[in-house]
Design a protein around this ligand. Structure first.
Ligand code: GTP
Ligand code: MG
Length: 371
């Protein structure tokens, strides 16, 4: 790969030059804002310096292949490989940074700070731009800058509008069976215990538990501990016949909470096992539990494995363990699925919040006032 440096007044200009000169296949290796000194230090000028990389034309490559060069050793190949991978990661990061700063380029500085806060929360660029554009348009209309409080209010309105069609809120109490699904260790058992405890303590419901998590011995004991505390019965279902029997045994209960095993649901086999074990045609609400400490892409993979399940809403856990709240919004938007609860700690039954859009917005924007 060869490199060439370009200087221009703006990033857009620089990119134009690179493209005109090297074509679309060129890659940006670095970019810098440089200040050139003017006469006696006056008339300073800011410009953008971009280093672009491009491949040599095929004819050159052929020559170098033909010229008798000794073949690289395995060690050299490995080093080159590692070096290349490092460069690619760095390039990706730079591109991401550039994309972001060029997208925000036109906004006033204080608005940029607010939008950067949202980007740090990992809210999708699409939603950030909608917020940014709305605030900026209003600023121009009213011919004045907005305080952060005013910016926040507009952001809230934009997001509330964006999510107005989605359902929020906890269990409906109109369906007898409540079931939690999701990957390993996200907090399914803890969360179902929290919800069940509230149904008993606050709503005076007769509750019962079924666990289909027979994969780990400790899992049964974990649920039994919570059930004992709540003086509620627990049935264990190893197969679909057990499940049917458990349902029959608990006929007198108002609400039955069904815990499932956390498995690697990237494997379709485990997803299908669930379908055979649990009778989803019952009067049932199913919640997909996701931990916000997971990577957004991994959460997407899981959601896509569960598209054939009747997922009522998401439950997001471990909100206390992350600084990025945005993915909850991104996923709700992408899959048109609302949220029932978020959980923010290990204490049962305290650490759970039944949400509406206002509560979720509060969580997202909590640090924005002083950003
Ligand atoms: N910090 C924090 N920890 C949580 C939260 N919810 C659950 N946990 C913890 O996460 C760990 C796993 O919780 P479980 O409820 O056993 O998770 P699970 O999804 O049932 O796990 P498997 O059944 O093994 O798939 C426990 O240590 C919980 O205390 C939360 O909101 N915040
Ligand atoms: Mg569990």
């Amino acid at each position: 790969m060869k490199m060439k440096k370009y200087t221009a007044d703006t990033m857009v200009e620089a990119m134009k030059k690179v493209r005109a000169d090297l074509g679309d296949d060129a890659v940006i290796l670095s970019s810098n804002v440089v200040t050139t000194k003017g006469f006696l230090g006056f008339f300073q000028k800011k410009s953008v310096e971009v280093v672009a990389g491009f491949d040599e034309p095929a004819s050159f490559q052929k020559e170098s292949v033909l010229s008798s060069k000794p073949a690289p050793t395995m060690e050299e190949v490995r080093n080159d490989d590692a070096e290349l991978r490092k460069e690619m990661v760095e390039m990706k990061r730079l591109l991401q940074e550039m994309k972001q700063s060029s997208i925000f380029e036109n906004f006033p500085d204080d608005l940029k700070v607010f939008l950067t806060y949202l980007a740090d929360q990992e809210l999708s660029q699409h939603l950030i731009l909608q917020i940014g554009n709305e605030i900026f348009t209003k600023m121009k209309e009213e011919k004045k800058d907005f305080s952060r409080a005013e910016q926040l209010q507009i952001a809230k309105n934009v997001l509330a509008e964006q999510f107005s069609e989605l359902p929020f809120g906890g269990i409906s109490f109109s369906k007898k069976y409540i079931n939690v699904l999701g990957p390993t260790g996200v907090g399914k058992t803890t969360t179902i215990a929290k919800i069940a405890a509230r149904a008993l303590l606050e709503h005076k419901k007769k509750i019962g538990f079924i666990t289909t998590d027979t994969y780990r011995i400790a899992a049964i004991e974990q649920l039994r501990t919570y059930a004992n505390l709540l003086q509620a019965p627990v049935e264990i279902a190893y197969n679909s016949k057990d499940f049917e029997e458990a349902i029959a045994k608990m006929a007198d209960r108002d609400l039955i909470f069904i815990d499932t095993a956390g498995r690697n649901y990237k494997e379709m086999k485990f997803v299908n096992d669930l379908k055979h074990l649990i009778d989803f045609s019952l009067d049932m609400e199913s919640f997909l539990v996701l931990s916000v400490t997971s990577k957004e892409d991994d959460m997407r993979t899981i959601i896509e494995k569960f598209t054939s399940f009747p997922i009522e809403k998401f439950i997001f856990t471990k909100v206390d363990e992350t600084g990025s709240i945005g993915p909850m919004f991104n996923l709700m938007k992408q899959y048109s699925i609302g949220t029932a609860y978020y959980t923010d700690g290990q204490e049962v039954p305290e650490d759970i919040v039944e949400v509406d859009i206002d509560k979720m917005l509060k969580l997202l924007l909590a640090g924005a006032e002083h950003a």
